[in-house]
Design a protein around this ligand. Structure first.
Ligand code: GAR
Length: 217
């Protein structure tokens, strides 16, 4: 079973989606440690409720913060680290150590709307379609090789929150699926591209009618 370590700064609904997918045997994985840079992040509470080791790691000193995360993940034998709403930029040192086994979810179709509040950026820009992306993290924020994407329609009367909510539901699908593909050894990084080796599909099993999923979902 793949040992997953999760980084989260907020309420942790993506973390919950991963935990649920593990419990429902949708993925052959187990969350073994959750780390947050926010002491009161609800993500930590969710982890504890499920008997998962949860750590608040102070981030006032970035280097110490990342060394501690590394130590925690190493001590739990983490094989895949997942950014699930972790709102910090990791330093090249950490990225290098975890490259190829460090993935992230972003609430936009990268490379559009990188950074903070991508849903608001998309709405204010006036795009008609946005979505979410999972990718391997590299040294530039929201930049590494893309694993999966899913497109979500922007509605005429959307607010930032209604749009974010619809995207979030899809994040909860593509993030566990990305972990699943990793666990099955189906992700091959070739430069900027991630080749997805043939195998099963979640399209028939878990998809929403209005959403357009990239190959591999
Ligand atoms: C999610 O929408 C995630 O994509 C986003 O933060 C939210 C966390 O929600 N991440 C980023 O914007 C990273 N740049 P959650 O805590 O409920 O999972």
């Amino acid at each position: 079973m793949l040992r997953v370590g999760v980084l989260a700064s907020g309420r942790g609904t993506n973390l919950q989606a991963i935990i649920d997918a593990c419990n429902n045997k949708m993925i052959n994985a187990r969350v073994v440690a959750v780390v947050s840079d926010k002491e009161n992040a609800y993500a930590l509470e969710r982890a504890r409720k499920h008997g998962i080791e949860a750590y608040y790691v102070d981030a006032s000193d970035k280097e110490k913060h990342e060394r501690k995360i590394d130590e925690i993940f190493e001590s739990h034998g983490v094989e895949l680290a997942v950014g699930a709403g972790y709102m910090r930029i990791l330093s090249p040192w950490f990225i290098k150590r975890w490259y190829g086994k460090l993935i992230n979810i972003h609430p936009a179709l990268l490379p559009s709307f990188k950074g903070i509040d991508a849903q608001r950026q998309a709405l204010e820009y006036g795009v008609k379609i946005t979505g979410c992306t999972t990718h391997f993290m590299d040294e530039k924020p929201d930049h590494g090789p893309i694993i999966l994407q899913a497109a979500v329609r922007v509605k005429e009367d959307d607010t930032r929150d209604s749009l974010a909510e619809r995207i979030l539901k899809v994040e909860h699908q593509i993030l566990p699926r990305s972990i699943d593909l990793f666990e099955k050894g189906r992700l091959v990084i070739e430069g900027r591209k991630v080749k997805i080796l043939p195998g099963d599909s979640w399209l028939e099993k878990y998809s929403y009618p209005d959403v357009f999923y990239s190959e591999g979902y």
